[in-house]
Design a protein around this ligand. Structure first.
Ligand SMILES: Nc1ncnc2c1ncn2[C@@H]1O[C@H](COP(=O)(O)OP(=O)(O)OP(=O)(O)O)[C@@H](O)[C@H]1O
Length: 439
């Protein structure tokens, strides 16, 4: 099968890279044409204006789509680092990549299945759906049924991903630099290093399997309430670095909870925030990707389905303790203790000015607003997520010297910000103070 919804994933490093030269000359060509047009009309265009023609945006999106996993990861890191500062064109391109995944052609898929499971790969299955039902960032997800009747979700990684991560990320960086879309105060190199590291972790489905099993064990030993949460079981004998075989769990989108009764909305947000605190302070292991697609709500059981443990990170003991101190200090408005906790987390470098320091502390204070509130904090009435973003923007405008906080901290903040956004999207109220105090 080959149609507009399928595309052979280029495996060799050379084929993933060679088309870039073509892109650069095409972009340059369009810039010259558009520039000449404007000049003949008596206008003096800026380079940025010339780069961002619809034609160039299309070319760039197509190139980034070929490097989808790497492009999505760099995009994620960029938006974590600079929040709303990303130019709209770039955010649009990146969100298009998320939704525009192309499936592998059947022939390529079967070759991969054979090379992983052998020629008799189909034997354990009563049925294997060749067309994926969902896209993963560096793979695709298939539905299958075992001969025993168990329904499976099988996440299959695109070929050649692991060996090309570093060069793919460098290629994405080249495209983004060519596009002139990166804000000048973003320290791209540091971010690229982090993106490479994170993508190497996420491209190892065996380590995702181990993370899933660890979270599963939290349910088994009662640390995560099994009457509220569902986490897919894994089938280790069918798993490897390229394939993650899980129990298929039926669920509705988490955003659909917004249409349910208020107590259900509150319960969902409360459980997710409670899980966040447990991850940070008890398990010292956090699933750091709060993408809404990673949470589902199962109408029939009223349970929350947790998916995608590829981005799980171990939280060092010291960091967990420093966050406890920071949050406690924010609750009591103890500025000195806040400063000392933030310092030990690694937020302030020597070059930071007193004004910058104060802005950072203001943001922490703001982010802990729900923890200070007595009773149920109404996320739907509060513009907390956007206020935090605005403050972050104002801060990064202050100086080009602003350095990025440590990676662990960025991931923790991103998770909390994602949960606030989710709570607000589903119109929930939650007694966050009580959750924090009850830990
Ligand atoms: N066990 C499962 N049961 C049902 N659906 C699943 C299961 N696992 C994954 N899916 C579906 O596949 C999608 C992609 O899976 P997953 O989030 O694990 O991939 P990913 O590569 O981490 O994606 P991304 O990085 O884009 O979030 C999920 O959003 C969900 O729709």
């Amino acid at each position: 099968m080959k149609n507009k919804h399928t595309a052979k994933v280029p495996t060799s490093r050379l084929s993933r890279f060679s088309s870039l030269g073509g892109l650069a000359s095409r972009l340059a060509g369009n810039v010259i044409v558009a520039g000449a047009k404007k000049l003949t009309q008596g206008q003096k265009p800026s380079l940025n204006e010339l780069m961002m023609t619809p034609q160039n945006i299309t070319h760039m999106t197509n190139k980034l789509a070929e490097l989808r996993g790497a492009a999505m990861k760099v995009g994620q890191m960029l938006s974590m680092d600079s929040g709303e500062l990303l130019p709209k064109e770039l955010s649009d391109i990146l969100s298009q990549l998320r939704s525009d995944a192309k499936a592998m052609p059947h022939k390529q898929l079967i070759t991969i299945l054979k090379s992983n499971w052998g020629n008799d790969w189909l034997d354990p299955f009563a049925h294997f759906e060749l067309s994926p039902f969902a896209a993963a960032s560096i793979g695709q997800v298939h539905l299958a049924t075992l001969s025993t009747g168990e329904k499976l979700a099988i996440k299959l990684q695109y070929p050649g991903i692991r060996s090309s991560i570093n060069s793919d990320i460098d290629n994405v960086a080249t495209i983004l630099k060519l596009s002139n879309l990166i804000p000048s105060n973003v320290q791209l190199d540091q971010l690229l290093t982090e993106a490479k590291k994170q993508l190497h972790v996420e491209a190892d489905y065996h380590s995702e399997q181990l993370m899933l099993q660890r979270f599963q064990s939290f349910i088994e030993n009662g640390q995560i309430a099994g009457n509220h949460f569902l986490i897919p079981q894994v089938y280790p004998s069918l798993c490897n670095q390229n394939i993650l075989v899980m129990e298929f769990i039926e669920g509705q989108s988490i955003e659909s909870v917004a249409a349910l009764a208020q107590p259900i909305r509150n319960e969902v947000a409360t459980r997710l925030l409670e899980l966040f605190f447990k991850e940070l302070f008890c398990f010292k292991l956090m699933q750091t990707d709060p993408n809404f697609a990673n949470y589902q709500y199962q109408n029939t059981s009223g349970k929350l389905v947790l998916l995608d443990f590829g981005a799980s990170r171990t939280i060092p003991d010291a960091l967990s303790e420093q966050y406890r101190q920071l949050m406690s200090a924010c609750i009591t408005d103890d500025r000195i203790a806040m400063e000392s906790a933030a310092q030990s987390i690694g937020f302030f470098q020597d070059s930071i000015t007193a004004t910058q320091k104060s802005l950072v502390l203001d943001i922490f204070y703001m982010a802990c607003e729900p923890l200070r509130f007595d009773g149920e904090y109404d996320f739907s009435r509060n513009t907390l997520a956007s206020r935090i973003k605005e403050a972050g923007m104002a801060m990064s405008m202050q100086s080009n010297e602003w350095h990025s906080p440590p990676a662990d901290a960025i991931f923790i903040h991103r998770k909390l910000a994602g949960l606030y956004l989710l709570a607000s999207r589903i119109g929930a109220k939650a007694n966050v103070k009580q959750l924090f105090e009850n830990l």
